[in-house]
Design a binder for this molecule. Structure first.
Ligand code: ATP
Ligand code: MG
Length: 260
């Protein structure tokens, strides 16, 4: 594959008068696994949410598979971006997202949750969607929970269902926003193992995480967000073992304090 699967060019987002980040440039190649780390409030979630347009960026462009998302219009001397809701829905199929709080539908069985996007968004017939959904559940080790309701699953199982649901849409890129931070410590491992197996399959992913050890082993690149942008980036060895800039150094030192 030639160019990046995803590029951000000068991406910026503010809430009211307060900028969260600006001027974020990033190229993601097929198979990249990018860990995004940073202090609480540094904009990690907002960055992921801007990539699949759960939030509208205020500046810059998101370019998916070489094609810019949205249309630039000249207006009053400046450029204004227009986003067509149907185009954004297509984009969200190509960029899957897994949330900290799973976001499963509580009134639907596990299999119905995984089938939902296939049936309502991709318009695949139910009898075709079902085996596809079951295959994704099997991939995360939960085929036997197909008929259960989310309330009867552990947090780790819920998160694996949410991952199966994202995978069912066959996204080109997966976004994970702290997928293990709502979990009991004992359940973190099973979700990390699932993500690890997706990594081994060569999936392209951006992962916001506080699990620095996991980021070290799993990421091909690490981005540290601070001061309204990408403050430092590099390989896991560079950023996590030998950070060069002071805020990165302080952040990593804080995380390493209780390692043994
Ligand atoms: N919908 C919103 N309206 C107003 N401000 C917001 C909104 N969402 C986020 N913010 C602000 O934007 C900043 C970045 O928030 P964000 O949630 O992206 O941080 P984060 O790095 O994901 O933090 P955490 O590690 O706590 O999840 C914060 O100051 C936050 O208060
Ligand atoms: Mg967050």
């Amino acid at each position: 594959m030639a160019g990046p699967v995803l590029s951000l060019k000068g991406l910026g987002k503010r809430f009211g008068a307060s900028p969260v980040f600006s001027g974020v440039d990033l190229d993601v190649a097929s198979g990249d696994r990018i860990a995004i780390i940073g202090a609480s409030g540094s904009g990690k979630s907002t960055l992921l949410r801007c990539i699949n347009f759960l939030e509208r960026p205020d500046e810059g462009r998101v370019i998916l598979g070489g094609e810019p998302v949205g249309e630039a219009r000249q207006r009053g001397g400046g450029t204004e971006m227009r986003y067509d809701e149907r185009a954004l829905n297509r984009l969200r199929q190509r960029v899957g997202m897994v949330f900290q709080q799973f976001n499963l539908f509580p009134h639907m069985t596990v299999i119905a949750n995984v089938m939902e996007g296939l049936v309502t968004v991709k318009r695949i017939a139910r009898d075709e969607a079902r085996p596809k959904a079951l295959a994704e559940l099997a991939r995360v080790g939960l085929a036997d929970k197909a008929e259960a309701y989310p309330a009867h699953l552990s947090g780790g199982q819920k998160q694996r269902v949410a991952i199966a649901r994202a995978l069912a849409m066959e996204p080109e890129i997966l976004l994970f926003d702290e997928p293990t931070s709502a979990l009991d410590p004992a359940l973190v491992g099973e979700v990390l193992n699932t993500i690890q197996s997706l990594a081994e399959d060569g999936r392209t992913m951006l992962l916001v995480t506080h699990e620095i050890g996991f980021a070290y082993h799993m990421a091909t690149r690490v981005i540290f967000l601070a001061e309204g942008g990408i403050y430092e980036q590099g390989t896991p060895d560079e950023v996590l073992k030998a950070p060069r800039r002071p805020l990165t150094q302080a952040f990593i030192a804080g995380h390493r304090r209780f390692n043994f």
